[in-house]
Design a protein. Sequence first.
Length: 187
Amino acid sequence: MGTVAFLVAGEGIEEVELTTPWRAVAESGHTPVLVAPAAGEVQAFRHLDYAGRYPVDVVVGDAHAADHDALVLPGGVANGDALRAEPEAVRFVREFFDEGRPVAAICHGGWVLIEAGVTGGRKLTSWPSMQTDFRNAGASWVDEEVVVDRATPGGVHRSGAASTLVTSRKPDDLPAFCRELVAALPG
């Protein structure tokens, strides 16, 4: 089994949207790796309250999709907003789509998908306040606990990107999100 990158900003990550998928990935036999814009630790939150701090494994400027089997984008309003403003984070996300590797995003984690230009023609979900952003970026937004948008049998999605995309709306959706995330992992 390989590694799964969890891309986060330096702070504002919704803790349960990081730790629950992390545990699911580890239990599936893959190795989760925390990727962030700077070395050190990141600060997670429980909604608006401080939560745990987590050590960064790889700085995103040094990270490449080819080194990982899949990508997870945890939520948190500040997390998603900060990531989409980081050019190296946007590059890293785009690489997963260019290489046809699975990507999973929950809640506000999906904002960086828009910035990476990979949502056109995709069916997905997110925190409801983001639906206009996704529709404006050419996605078909739906209000469902989990959406799996797969590449075609020939390997390329109708949008031109090859990755399977798993999305969910909020912490309540984590059981379905984790189930589909693990199902999308190779091996």
